[in-house]
Ligand binder design. Structure first.
Ligand SMILES: *Cc1c(COP(=O)(O)O)cnc(C)c1O
Length: 402
């Protein structure tokens, strides 16, 4: 491919692509560890990891090697053939999650879409007396589940949803962490309660133990499913394999994606044997999902988490980051709140403009973060991050706020 500079790429994209992205003024060229290098030779400390995807940083040797080996052997076969990879990956994910079975997808939204379909199919399956099966879905305010129609219908942000209506009917939004409102809206017409254990796009906000417990016990009573979206907070991000494991609650359905294959597109729906009974051949499927390359890389990702003992490292770095950023909060009144769950970090500023400027100025200082939920600076650094990197981010934040 011919080499192009950022100005000509920008011009070509403006003519050739749909105008869906507001990109940073940087042309990425390559990456190594925690650093992303631009075409013009600048080095960026990447505290976003491609929105929580590049969990082992850039060009991790275990991932590069898994891709090379598998690409030589078998990239794709469709789901018409047996290959050993899906079962091997499902074995690991079910052991880690406490669930029984997996279905593999290509993205987060596709995993969430499947989870919603399973909830509807499960309600129909267990409804044997000929009544209208439960079909309503309770979703949360400030939720984000993706951009396809079902995911969008359960996503709170009106500007993402409203231009595409009418969406999937039967969705009611409940105020996140409001137990009373959840109880008021829950009845036996509900087939699913949908939560993110830690809302990501919604500003890095954790579910409360009381609310999680209420959602679990209400759904258990009627046989509705508790769907938990861990696409952003799952697979090590919070220092445990799954964020719900901090609460001692087992969902019926869990979705994961972002870091699962360390940069290769892959998602998964994990669920119980009971839910799996509502499925049969042909009822759901995908062409690409769970391909040999993606699954082999995901296996290498999980092996690396274990071999490099990254979970305790994430917990330790998370604690360190929390201390550093809380010290900044004491010093700067513009910081309203600091929320650190392992390496899922939100720093809430007292205005949207300030948050926007901060994110921009951090980039000028060669640090990648982003702004979410208007006022929140979000960081999702790779799991291999070290104290010195956190120190540098804290130092630059401190300087910019001074
Ligand atoms: C990113 C994200 C999704 C959507 O994933 P895509 O791969 O972009 O479709 C869904 N839910 C949560 C919590 C996410 O963070």
């Amino acid at each position: 491919m011919k080499r192009m500079d950022i100005a000509s790429v920008r011009k070509a994209e403006a003519e050739l692509l749909l105008p869906t992205y507001d990109r940073y003024p940087v042309m990425a060229s390559r990456g190594k560890g925690v650093y992303l290098y631009s075409e013009s030779g600048d080095r960026y400390l990447d505290f976003l990891s491609g929105i929580g995807v590049n969990a082992l940083g850039y060009a991790h040797p275990a991932i590069t090697k898994a891709i090379e080996r598998q690409a030589r052997k078998l990239i794709h076969t469709s789901n018409l053939f047996f290959t050993p990879y899906q079962a091997e990956l499902a074995k690991r994910l079910t052991e880690l999650s406490g669930l029984d079975r997996a279905f593999f997808t290509n993205s987060g939204t596709e995993a969430w879409e499947g989870a919603l379909k399973f909830a509807r199919a499960f309600a129909r399956h267990k409804n044997s007396n000929g009544n209208q099966p439960a079909f309503r879905v309770l979703a949360m305010e400030n939720s984000f589940h993706g951009r396809t129609f079902g995911s969008l219908a359960t996503t709170w942000t009106a500007k993402y949803r409203e231009p595409f209506g009418p969406l999937m009917p039967g969705v009611t939004f409940v105020r996140f962490n409001d137990v009373e409102e959840l109880r008021r809206n829950f009845d036996d017409t509900v087939c699913a309660v949908c939560v993110e254990t830690i809302q990501g796009e919604g500003g890095v906000t954790a579910i409360t133990p009381q609310f999680f417990a209420a959602a679990r016990s209400l759904t258990k009573k009627t046989g509705a499913l508790l769907l938990v979206d861990e696409i952003q907070c799952g697979l090590g991000r919070t220092g445990k394999y799954f964020a719900y494991q901090h609460y001692g609650i087992l969902p019926d359905v869990v979705t994961v994606a972002k870091p699962l294959a360390a940069g290769i597109p892959l998602g998964a729906i994990l669920t119980t044997n009971a839910v799996s009974e509502c499925m049969h051949p042909g009822l759901h499927g995908t062409t690409f999902g769970g391909g040999p390359l993606a699954c082999a890389v995901a296996i290498a990702f999980l092996e690396t988490l274990q071999r490099e003992k990254l979970l305790p490292h994430i917990a330790k770095m998370g604690e360190y980051a929390k201390k550093k950023f809380e010290a900044l909060k004491k010093k700067h009144r513009a910081i309203r709140d600091v929320r650190c769950y392992g390496l899922m970090i939100g720093i809430e500023m007292d205005s949207a403009d300030l948050a926007k400027n901060m994110s921009k100025e951090m980039l000028e200082r060669k640090i990648v973060i982003n702004r979410t939920h208007e006022t929140v600076l979000r960081m999702l650094p790779p799991y291999i991050v070290e104290k010195k990197h956190i120190d540098e981010v804290a130092k630059v934040l401190d300087e910019l706020l001074s």
